[in-house]
Design a protein around this ligand. Structure first.
Ligand code: SF4
Length: 132
């Protein structure tokens, strides 16, 4: 049975050599750990920021940027075209209640539609996360 193409065994050998060098050299190993730590740290920071922003929008009917925490400011969407498209979809949706909450996710939509990582809870969603 042939597992690799012509060049693959050489690439595997080079990868193993690279890993051996990392795990046998203290400073390379420390740099490798640091790089992993930075990647994990960035992801955790983003995750915590989204949780904070989600909590804020669930408990506030509109975003007041003078009082909003940094997590909300970091996740706030400023693209007017996308904001208008989201609000047009929500305001004409049968799931929007009189107090401007979504009856599916229970969120106040005046706040939620302004958060970049937010999305409509329907499957498929009427509007999705914002990707710049
Ligand atoms: S988030 Fe989706 S389901 Fe909820 S009101 Fe807006 S468009 Fe409708």
């Amino acid at each position: 049975m042939r597992l690799f193409g012509e060049e693959k065994p050489l690439q595997v050998v080079e990868s193993v050599k690279g890993l051996y060098a990392i795990f046998t050299d203290k400073s390379l190993f420390a740099e490798w750990l640091l790089s992993i730590n930075i990647i994990i740290g960035k992801r955790l920071t983003k995750w915590i920021s989204r949780i904070e922003a989600d909590y804020y929008i669930e408990t506030h009917s509109d975003i007041d940027l003078r009082e909003a925490p940094q997590a909300v400011k970091r996740n706030r969407l400023y693209d007017e075209d996308v904001l208008k498209m989201r609000w047009d979809l929500c305001s004409s949706c049968e799931h929007l209640t009189e107090d401007l909450r979504c009856s599916i996710c229970k969120c106040p939509m005046l706040s939620k539609h302004k958060i970049a990582h937010a999305k409509c809870p329907l499957n498929p969603p009427k509007w999705d996360r914002y990707a710049s």
